[in-house]
Ligand binder design. Sequence first.
Ligand code: SF4
Length: 474
Amino acid sequence: MMPPVAPATRPDADPFDAGFLRGVVGGEVRLTPEQAMRLHDGLPLDELGRWADARCRVLHGDEIRTYVIDRNINYTNVCTAKCTFCAFRRDAQDHDAYTLAVDEILEKVRELVEIGGTQILMQGGMNPALPLAWYETLLEAISSRFPTVHIHAFSPPELIEFVEFFGPPGETLEDRLRWVLTRLQRAGLDSVPGGGGEIFAPAVRRKIGLGKCDAEAWLTVMRVAHELRMNTSATMMFGHIEGVADRIHHMALVRDRQDAAIADFGLSGGGRYMAFIAWPFQRENTPLGRVRDWGEQPGEEDAGAMFPGDAVARLDGTGDRAAHPGFGRRVRTVTGTAYLRTQAISRLFLDNIYSIGASWVTMGPHVGQAGLRYGASDMGSVMMEENVVSSAGTTFCLTEATICRLIRDAGFVPAQRDNSYRLLRLHDGADAPDLRLDDWSGVRGSRLHVQQADAARATAPVELSIRTTDSAPV
Ligand code: SF4
């Protein structure tokens, strides 16, 4: 697990020096944002992967890599925000706006329990029509009927809107959040997912997250959750208008706040960020997706031409959109190698975060599998349902057997975990989901849109699909 005291930085050290990197791998020294940036831009990908893998092995050992079985329940798609990267939200009066009834949600949880699932990830749009009592009733119903199911729910932007909607007492935002979170926790909320992190830098966030809380509010929600001894996760959605420095700045804020959580609340029993998952923007059906790709116009990728996001981004988050007239007018989507590079940097930089999740919902299972050799220790969630990311295009769907095989073929023993990263089932015997399957001809990783999944479920036994924990953009 994590050391209680943050390692020192050595800002003057050459980040390419093998001795220095061995210190990073061993947790004796930490990267500065500048050093992380230099490694991102300058270290060959295979070397970066080897160092990130070595750091991962220090934290998680050489043998086991994990996944969780959960169900993503998007209880409403009505949302007051208008994020430009979102294809999921609806206005209340739209013909396909919905809010699930409590009984419908309970039925989904029952189906999850039936197949051995252990947690629900419940997030929605920010729906002003739902009062606090609705959430309390829902949480109490789930936790009393299914006491073994971990409820991982309500991302920071939703919780900030709850403060707006419910008008709780308190002098400060922290006071009001504490009041709301305490009520939800008493009703059954176990932990808070890191949705809505996107990119923290204000220039980017203001451009893509219309109506969504700023970074400080997002981080304040997590601070209060940690104080209440709830664990959380952190996410980053990248590969759009941001620069690489924005990604490092985002990670730096998470690392700083994690230092504070560990210092103030301790490692035994106190809340903190348990995982970091960086996932790439998926453009289909979104307003941001209509923005041109960087490189489409002649000359854009010539030597010397700088991506507008890089021209604006600053490692301290002070980037000014005025620094480049093209800022926000070009999107730089993520390739497999760019994804792995960012993930590897996150493993090396976030020395105080336990788990790095391989997010491959848009990149495909084999990039996710490769991610296990680039610093990721967890393949995310084998789950029954996904609505948010699939609204922005197609998502990959895999069976539990397939995810076990992906982990095993990457050189590790697969294990099912719970939300606290405790191992539930170690698949080291012949009865493992992948090893007891003789005929793989009917098992294909497929791109499956959620509407197709729903239609299939009406006539066929429940089939598990997989995507990465917390990748919903809410
Ligand atoms: S990403 Fe979340 S907060 Fe933003 S519009 Fe979509 S549902 Fe609403």
